[in-house]
Design a protein around this ligand. Structure first.
Ligand SMILES: Nc1nc2c(ncn2[C@@H]2O[C@H](COP(=O)(O)OP(=O)(O)OP(=O)(O)O)[C@@H](O)[C@H]2O)c(=O)[nH]1
Ligand SMILES: [Mg+2]
Ligand SMILES: [Zn+2]
Length: 302
């Protein structure tokens, strides 16, 4: 009873999930599916969309988030100061969205595949704006795309605008938590709108240069009517992988796996070393050469 007197109207902690963030506050979905604006204790500033939390009503003002429950994984990226910031947590499927306008940045796709492997989470590559493929996809782009197909990355070609190919995305989610990631302007929010026809999601316009304008500013979780959840996330120009070590890079190229351990040196970086099984496989046409060239460029950055 004395405890109740010192905290008159705060109630027992309840569980919830973070739906999105507004500055210092969070929108939390309660166990009763109610949406509550909550303020987090200062030490919980690293909370992200998708995190499970404990919260308590307060005598006055917003409810308070008092604790973060254990996370299965967290997707992070560096902010403008280079500090890692969490984007979203508890992700099962990373849906990497690319388009033909803006054109794909292949190294960014590779970085997302590495991130998915590190989480770990399944990955699905979605090429949106299929309506523009014939007029805008260069032969070189088609060759790069074919390399992903060859190494077994699941790929869907869809058009949010023409509402084509959308249903297989829902089938891939299968009641799990998925996040759409990718460059600004590729149509992540447009796809989310197709998957969630009842929901109001902001979609941007593309400037003359074809660069998106960063319409989505904070990751937001939506419940899918068919089961599972979809997180829409803000686009990024270049998805960095701060603090990536060699093992993360190497295992992020799943096509290398059959050849690992066959290099002459056990600590081979598949770069300048003699008798490298990976380089030999590339030369023999057993591994895709463009992916390997980008591996070398990522290697030079760690
Ligand atoms: N031609 C064509 N345009 C599309 C398609 N899907 C989306 N767009 C357009 O692409 C532009 C960007 O769409 P958004 O959905 O806002 O892109 P986003 O990836 O969410 O962008 P950010 O929130 O900035 O990361 C809008 O003008 C859409 O109308 C498509 O399938 N075909
Ligand atoms: Mg968006
Ligand atoms: Zn090697």
């Amino acid at each position: 009873m004395t405890e109740n007197l010192s905290h008159p109207a705060s109630t027992a902690p309840e569980n919830g999930q973070i739906i999105t963030r507004f500055g210092a506050d969070f929108l939390v979905e309660t166990a009763d599916a109610e949406l509550l604006r909550c303020t987090a204790r200062r030490k919980l500033d690293h909370l992200a969309c998708g995190d499970y939390v404990q919260w308590e009503r307060q005598a006055q003002g917003n409810a308070a988030i008092t604790a973060m429950l254990p996370r299965r994984n967290v997707l992070e990226r560096p902010d403008f100061r280079g500090r890692l910031r969490p984007i979203a947590a508890n992700i099962d499927l990373l849906i990497v969205v690319a388009s033909w306008q803006p054109a794909p940045i292949w190294e960014t796709l590779d970085r997302y595949l590495i991130a998915a492997n590190r989480l770990p989470a399944d990955v699905l590559l979605v090429f949106n704006k299929a309506d523009l493929r014939q007029s805008l996809a260069s032969a070189e782009a088609e060759t790069c795309l074919a390399e992903y197909q060859r190494i077994g990355i699941p790929i869907l070609h869809v058009s949010a605008k023409q509402q084509q190919g959308i249903h297989p995305i829902l089938e891939a989610i299968q009641g799990r938590t998925a996040i759409v990631v990718g460059q600004s302007g590729v149509g992540k929010s447009s796809l989310a709108m197709q998957l969630l026809p009842e929901t109001d999601i902001r979609v941007g316009t593309i400037s003359e240069t074809g660069e998106g304008r960063h319409t989505t500013t904070s990751a937001t979780l939506y419940r899918l009517p068919s089961g599972g959840s979809l997180i829409d996330s803000p686009g990024v120009r270049d998805f960095g992988l701060t603090g990536m070590d060699f093992a993360t890079l190497e295992t992020g190229f799943p096509e290398f796996r059959p050849f690992l351990g066959e290099c002459r040196f056990h600590n081979c970086t598949h770069n300048h070393e003699p008798n490298c099984a990976i380089k030999a496989a590339v030369a023999a046409g057993q591994l895709p050469p463009r992916r390997f060239a980008r591996y070398l460029s990522l290697l030079a950055n760690i």
